[in-house]
Design a protein around this ligand. Structure first.
Ligand code: HEM
Ligand code: CU
Length: 636
């Protein structure tokens, strides 16, 4: 490369317009089709990720609508039992693995580098790889479903139902391999986020000045790193049982059925916090501009996130209360499940105190925050109820549980997420979402949601089991099911309005300024949408609300080269500048590597030899990916 011969240009030496031109040239994504496929810009990948996750939300919503049409009347004929099994499995697996977890990571991929004041995420090529792998996993699930090969064993695929004796065909294998895809991509993003948050924060962003959303993503990333391997082990073991005749889950040959449940829920319980913690972090961060004050209890909020993260690994057995446990085990897991209500409660009180003491600005994001607090508290209360063994024994596998987990998943995570989309939309697209449509969609969603899911508690107490495709007319569930289905139509109308608003506003919305909400965090210190290099000069932070702490422009750090991609690396706790670090340029290899991995993983559903032969193309693509390009680190 000739870059070495060129004079060493540093940002402080050039005047502003020249600086932004050079940086734009250095950081730009090449134009055209191949440029789009080879980009490593976290903003472009983040936006793609978010968009894809919302496509999966819409698809999962279509399945929900089909289920509710089927259940509106007794003995309906729209869906038969086989189709219904596939649809509830697809709905659950799609919502959990293709929407809820990925969308939170997607938001972080876009936001975290901006919020900590750096120019790109750590390991940007891995980031590109993770998106392609996620897309491939989602495509696998939905194409299989279209070919009548969609999994039908429930979103947690219990053995022996999913094992070789009962689960004929390839349906359960599709589920298991979709898990491998999505968890692989989640693990990659988690590692990127941990490194970005630990080492790339703007100078001065000490641990107690990190935005709470970023803290939440840090804790979440550690949960991903510790929980996801358990389910990859489980799903891979399942494929081994099904394909090569191991008996890991077959008691007749010395295997263990409950082992599946342990492995699954050791992942599955933290999983719900992998979805909830980012949402809670969004609330703590979004609440500030709409209450016009810093969030009450920063330390308490952060400690609550960390406590929830740790505790979440100690309660998985509450999903197995009816499996027949020793009495002491039941008591332990009841107690630990109830303990987790404490950090959740602490956060709720902090949010209430912030609202109580704030000057409220009633825009759509604040409505979603308030709707979230109400709904999440109800879901938390039924959570404490099902944590008690005698109660759980009654309602296990009934609609009471369906009501409970939609309150925490939709009320606790999707509401904050929708608020967050309205809030960060100007940063993502450069345009505002319509406030009128936003408020309409909030009310439709809030009312529709509660009217759909609250009655399900009662249906559950009346004994209606989950996962049934129909019921007899002489049962007492009839009228309430019709009501639930009509309410679901209102809820879905609210979601449709949200989609219409987002798509319209992306094209025709009112252009947004850099900081339309007068918010305090760093992502608002740059243009909307931000330029390819994020910040012309790296900001220096002197408080937890950087844009509120100083009048006028932020002070900046200098000394980065402009002619090559460089980031500031700072120390872990005090965020003192340590060194300059090169950031990789665009590359098409992550896409090829993802394609090679996809071929291997799908092929391995059909033949174990795929693991041997399929690994060769992967190795080739990795060599291309990591081939040194002759630009040595600049040590000066
Ligand atoms: C549009 C709003 C939604 C409606 C109307 C809806 C409706 C339903 C219904 C009726 C069931 C029970 C099916 C049965 O047991 O027979 C169900 C199951 C489920 N839903 Fe939803 N849902 C919605 C959104 C969501 C979202 C956003 C998530 C996750 C973030 C989610 C996660 C799940 C899960 C994990 C199951 C369990 C699937 C299983 O039993 O294997 N749902 N949903
Ligand atoms: Cu749990």
């Amino acid at each position: 490369m000739t870059a070495d011969a060129a004079p060493d240009t540093r940002d402080a030496d050039v005047e502003r317009t020249h600086l932004t031109c050079t940086l734009a040239e250095t950081w730009k994504t090449p134009a055209g089709f191949w440029g789009a496929l080879s980009t490593v810009d976290h903003k472009i990948i983040g936006r793609r990720y978010i968009f894809t996750a919302f496509v999966f939300l819409a698809l999962g919503g279509v399945l929900a609508a089909l289920m509710r049409i089927q259940l509106a009347q007794p003995e309906a004929r729209l869906l038969g039992p086989d189709r219904y099994n596939q649809i509830f499995t697809m709905h659950g697996a799609n919502m959990m693995f293709l929407f809820a977890v990925p969308v939170m990571e997607a938001m972080a991929v876009y936001l975290v580098p901006l919020m900590v004041g750096t120019r790109n995420i750590a390991f940007p090529r891995l980031n590109a790889f993770s998106y392609w792998i996620y897309l491939a996993g989602g495509a696998l699930l939905w194409i299989a479903f279209a070919l009548d090969m969609g999994p039908d064993v429930g979103w947690f695929a219990y053995v022996p139902l999913s094992g070789p004796q009962y689960g004929a065909g390839k349906r359960a294998d599709i589920w298991a391999q979709m898990i491998t895809f999505t968890e692989l991509s989640a693990l990659a993003v988690a590692v990127e986020l941990v490194v970005t948050i630990f080492k790339q924060r703007a100078p001065g962003m000490t641990l107690d000045r990190i935005p709470v959303f970023v803290w939440a993503m840090l804790v979440t990333s550690f949960l991903v790193i510790m929980a996801m391997p358990a389910i990859m082990v489980a799903s891979t073991s399942l494929i081994l049982d099904r394909l090569v005749g191991t008996h890991l889950f077959n008691p007749a040959e010395g295997g263990d059925v409950l082992l599946w449940q342990h492995l699954f829920w050791f992942f599955g319980h933290p999983e719900v916090y992998i979805i909830f913690l980012p949402a809670a972090g969004m609330v703590s961060t979004m609440i500030e501009p709409f209450a016009r004050r810093p969030a009450f209890g920063y330390l308490a909020l952060v400690m609550a996130l960390i406590a929830t993260g740790i505790l979440s690994f100690g309660l998985w057995v509450h999903h197995m209360f009816v499996a027949g446990l020793p009495r002491l085990g039941e008591s332990f897991f009841t107690a630990s499940s109830m303990t987790i209500a404490i950090p959740a409660g602490i956060q709720v009180f902090c949010w209430l105190a912030t609202l109580w003491d704030g000057t409220l600005v009633f825009k759509t994001p604040l409505l979603f925050i308030i709707g979230f607090i109400v709904t999440f508290v109800i879901g938390g209360l039924t959570g404490v109820m099902v944590a008690s063994v005698p109660f759980d024994t009654q309602v296990h596998d009934t609609y009471f549980v369906v009501a409970h987990f939609h309150y925490v998943l939709v009320g606790g995570a999707v509401f904050p997420l929708l608020g967050a989309i309205h809030y960060w939309f100007p940063k993502l697209t450069g345009r505002m979402m319509s406030e009128t449509l936003g408020q309409w969609s909030f009310w439709l969603i809030f009312i529709g949601f509660n009217a759909t899911f609250f009655p399900m508690h009662i249906l559950g107490l009346q004994g209606m089991p989950r996962r049934i495709y129909t019921y007899q007319p002489d049962l007492a569930w009839h009228g309430m099911n019709l009501f639930v289905s009509l309410s679901a139509a209102v809820l879905i109308a609210g979601f449709l309005l949200f989609f219409v608003n987002a798509l319209r506003s992306a094209r025709y919305g009112e252009p947004a300024s850099d900081n339309p909400w007068d918010a305090p965090t760093l992502e608002w210190a740059t243009a909307s949408p931000p330029p390819s290099y994020n910040f012309a000069m790296i900001p220096v932070v002197s408080g937890a609300q950087p844009l509120w702490n100083v009048e006028g422009a932020l002070p900046v750090a200098e000394g980065l080269r402009t002619d090559r991609r460089e980031l500031v690396v700072t120390s872990l706790a005090a965020a003192e500048p340590q060194t300059r670090e090169a950031s990789p340029r665009h590359s098409i290899w992550p896409l090829w590597a993802a394609l090679a991995t996809t071929v291997m993983l799908i092929w391995s559903i059909f033949s174990p030899w795929a693991v041997v032969w399929g690994s060769i193309p992967i190795a080739v693509t990795l060599i291309g990916w990591f081939w040194p390009k002759g630009t040595p680190e600049d040590e000066s």
